[in-house]
Write a protein that binds this ligand. Sequence first.
Ligand SMILES: *Cc1c(COP(=O)(O)O)cnc(C)c1O
Length: 385
Amino acid sequence: MDDKLFLMIPGPTPMPERALLAMAKAPIGHRSGEFAKIMAEVSENLKWLHQTASEVLILSSSGTGALEAAIINACSPGDRVLVGANGKFGERWVEVAQAFGLDVEVIAAPYGQPLSTDAFKAALEADTDKTIKAVVVTHSETSTGVINDLETIVGYIRAHGEALSIVDAVTSLGATSVPVDAWGLDFVGSGSQKAYMIPPGLGFLAVSERGWAACERSTMPRYYFDLRKYRKALKKNNTPFTTPVNLVFALQTTLQMLRAEGLDALFARHARLRNATRAAVRALGLALFNPDDHSASPAITAVVPPEGIACDKLRATLKKHYDIVIAGGQGEMEGQIVRIGHLGFVGERDVLTAIAALEGALHTLGYDGFTPGSGVAAASAVLFG
Ligand SMILES: *Cc1c(COP(=O)(O)O)cnc(C)c1O
């Protein structure tokens, strides 16, 4: 059916009508007083979402740009950095750090499993000469549906004393608590097309005072992503370069919506949707790619389809018959898993519908290892139980 498509991929995520309408306006000047007023409100609300008193910068980039900006402002060429990698995004930060000439040490874990906090502890405690300058951690690893134990890892980084934390919070921020100040996080990057409920195009970066000191020390060549320019402009509720003003109109609206919902309710909603999705997947006799509930991402659930059911067929059937788009596997996970996003403007109705549609699609493709309705019943038991 036309105009019926519902995105249950981990970004872009669905958009509220109010935010769509907010965008459907003629652009205003990005140096105008009118725009500065909007930026002032947006900045306050970004601080609220990040649970920080520091500035949250707005970059015209996707989430990768925000993380690249963090890496090149925190570090200088040749710096030793630890990078956690248990999926495609962790691996991306390894590549970015290497591209900028950093001395990268990878702390890896198998796909579908969380990073070992002990591995970070051991590497940081062994570094008595304090040569490790930064540690990059992906909080919610979207490619596998795993949330890493950031709080514990950051505790070890703080205990080290020298190393800065650089956090990919792209699918954790706004889905679960990322208390930037309370945990002492230095660089926290995210992107507009995830929990922010607006289209792709903006990157966000929270920077601590320690982080700003590192920006000053860094000898890395930078221009567009020299964060000092953004901080200076933000003091005047502005950005150094032309901002996609219509995206900021939408952001103003969605941040108001998030604020009205409240942090606790926001995080509880994502946890509930995740738990319902996982219960349904189990009830249908399918395997969760990350079977461990403690490290299950609040944003996305990765599912291993039953024997004989191809991932691309399952996704195509869901799209064709039910107008629901779910994601496939990335990189080496292609054809191995499908991923159901429950991030952003997603509610109980959407998850129940997706599970019912999943049952229908599995049935259409010839899998009958479940009693019809059992997935919906399991999800309902979580949501209403
Ligand atoms: C979406 C995502 C990103 C950013 O990807 P972009 O396409 O650059 O916005 C980074 N990390 C994670 C974990 C993500 O899910």
